[in-house]
Design a protein. Sequence first.
Length: 427
Amino acid sequence: MSGTHHTTPEKDTASSRGMSGLVRNLGWMTFPNLIVKPAWFLFITLVCIRYMGIAEYGVMTAALALMSICDGSLTLGSSPYTIRELARDPSRSSQFFSNLLVSRTFFSLVAIAIGLAIRWVLGTGAFDVVLFAGCYVFFRNLLEYCRAIFRAHEQFIVEAGSTIAEKALVIGAGSWALSVAPDAASAMLGMSAGMGVAFLGTFAWTTRRLAAFRLAELSLSFFRKAMPHAVPLGLSSVFVLLYYRTDSIMLEVMEGDLVTGQYGLAFRITEAMILLPFIVSTVLLPRLSSLHEADKGSFGRLFKRGILAMAAVSGVAALIVWIFAPWAIPFLDPSPEATPAISLLRILLISFVLNAINQIGITHLTATHQQNRLAIVLAAAAAVNIGLNFALIPSMSATGAAWATVATQGLILVLFLPAFFRPFSRG
């Protein structure tokens, strides 16, 4: 491939540094998600539960949680590290893409093997469901790294197209599979096939337009230099996955599939609401990374606006969903078995607001090279969350898991606050 891969992205990035560029980027992140996220939410809740039942839905929820933890534990922080570094030097795109996509492929395959081994030890969940969940997460992981290249170049219009195509393929293939065989294994097989096709298309576009994939770029010296910076970010992601997904696994082991399905239904609603902080933090990371060294005043103002706006908007959104929870849950699953999800949802809405604010904090610490501090905070949170789940689930069932999630998010916010008053120290 010629050097033209990097010329256009650099110009586009440079031309979008002002506030108008930031607003445009937010628009391109918001537009496709307003289309696909409601469709995805209805598929992963309403369609799946209506076809397979809430107990089988619990099996799928636990399998996805297990494989997400295993796979996320081995990504080594490559996405946020790539975004931060390429936002400052886009000319290294091919080097980053070639080396880190290969490493993610290898470690994702290892993660599937680990997940299957854990499933065998725990003795819960059908083997084929866990295997297909691993394939789905594998392709999703590789696709997300392609999008890290988009974000580093602030090519959010490209990510918009990729997002729409991905969800259309996954929902389409998953729905067809459920119509053939209405169970968790069939759903996961169809979803993984759709995700695989989406990854191949995104990979082809990425390597042709933004970052050529060249085996000649593979270098051990690259990993020796990159890993000390990327690994703390990777550990942070691991700890997030632990306190965000472990509860579903522990509920299945301790309480069974039905309770896991009830919790999973409430969790899916708050997970869909995370779209808001996801969009904002995704757009802010490359911009804050570039401002950190160049313009500390603009950095501080942008961060302050982001966190205040996030607190206000997430609070309003949580209040609206809290009010309509008694109607939302029966709409998704009218069976009496789903009723406990109403109270679970109202508890998890508290964690949503805290999580939304914390997402901006994670973006802040990543952009300012405070990855070591970030890893320590999230490690403490993961340990507390697992301990609380062990203590509360036996006596309070899914309600205990929900309150453990709230307490964890509150702890993270408290531990983040001192770092915000020293925003330019280096970790």
